[in-house]
Design a protein around this ligand. Structure first.
Ligand code: FES
Length: 182
């Protein structure tokens, strides 16, 4: 004969119901532990994506002293580091450093906003000229003539520990406003 346990309050608790309750409790706590254990795994798996988002995209242009006294645009080669998921690739590109204005350094992308050719600084004409379709820009990169739909694109610049740095970005071509590309 099976005995039916009783609580102190005298309420009967059926063994089957108690077993179900305990199973449910273990199930819930198991799910909670699994979720907690999964957090480091999720963080590990998504690390490259989060790292990419937080990656420092600034490139060194050179010692700031090299640019303090320039009177015309100067072309400089910079190193670009790009992180895609687990892969890091490096490449080189060029930028133009303009003479500083009110103590602020200005840097231009050499990529023509028309069809992406490399715009050249032509010293004896005091202009930027695009060799592909004769786009013309002032020494500040303002559009003068030709098919480019806007002026040359400026890039973010900053000075850190005596080094001029640039945040290189790509911009959409054939549009009149400056739009950053991913
Ligand atoms: S690509 Fe520069 S003017 Fe066309």
């Amino acid at each position: 004969m099976e005995l039916t346990p009783q609580t102190n309050e005298g309420v009967k608790v059926e063994p089957k119901n108690r077993r179900s309750f305990l199973l449910a409790l273990f199930g819930l706590s198991g799910a909670g532990v699994s979720a907690l254990l999964a957090v480091p795994l999720v963080r590990f798996v998504t690390y490259p994506l989060r790292r990419r988002a937080a990656a420092n995209t600034w490139s060194e242009v050179g010692p700031v002293q090299d640019f303090v006294a320039i009177t015309a645009p100067v072309a400089k080669t910079i190193m670009l580091e790009r992180r895609d998921a687990w892969q890091t690739t490096s490449s080189q590109t060029a930028v133009y450093v303009l003479p500083s204005r009110a103590g602020q350094f200005r840097i231009l992308s050499p990529i023509c906003p028309h069809l992406g050719c490399s715009v050249r600084w032509v010293d004896d004409q005091n202009k930027f000229i695009c060799p592909c379709h004769a786009g013309l820009f002032t020494a500040d990169g303002e559009r003068i003539a030709g098919p480019p739909p806007r002026s040359m694109d400026s890039l973010e610049a900053k000075v850190e520990d005596g080094v001029l740095k640039v945040r290189y970005q790509y911009f959409r071509q054939l549009v009149s406003s400056k739009e950053t590309m991913a």
